[in-house]
Write a protein that binds this ligand. Structure first.
Ligand code: FES
Length: 108
């Protein structure tokens, strides 16, 4: 079962167990961390934005064009970082167990 190390918007850190093969967004959303996942994981709302740690960022598959475009659109509302990703585009397989992320500020 993949493990997710997450820092919430209030700075609280926790370790979550996730179901293998699911989207990271689903675990964050279902854990009451304020990740809405409004579009259901279709890469079109930006409410699942997270900052992936530098170490893990380098280990994830590259962003798709759609994800990169959505993040670019988000930059108008929230700060982007090197590790900015849409958590609906991160699939929780065994290889990503232990991934470290921080929930990005909500889009107002
Ligand atoms: S859930 Fe909408 S972009 Fe990720």
């Amino acid at each position: 079962m993949p493990e997710v190390r997450v820092k919430g918007r209030d700075g609280t850190e926790q370790v979550l167990d996730a179901a293998e093969g699911t989207q990271l967004m689903e675990t964050l959303r279902d854990s009451g961390l304020g990740v809405d996942g409004t579009c259901g994981g279709a890469c079109s709302c930006g409410t699942c934005h997270v900052y992936v740690s530098a170490e893990w960022s380098a280990r994830l598959p590259a962003k798709s064009e759609d994800e990169a475009m959505m993040l670019e659109a988000l930059a108008e509302y929230v700060p982007l970082r090197e590790g900015s990703r849409l958590s609906c585009q991160i699939r929780l397989e065994r290889e990503v167990s232990g991934i470290v992320v921080e929930v990005a500020p909500a889009v107002e």
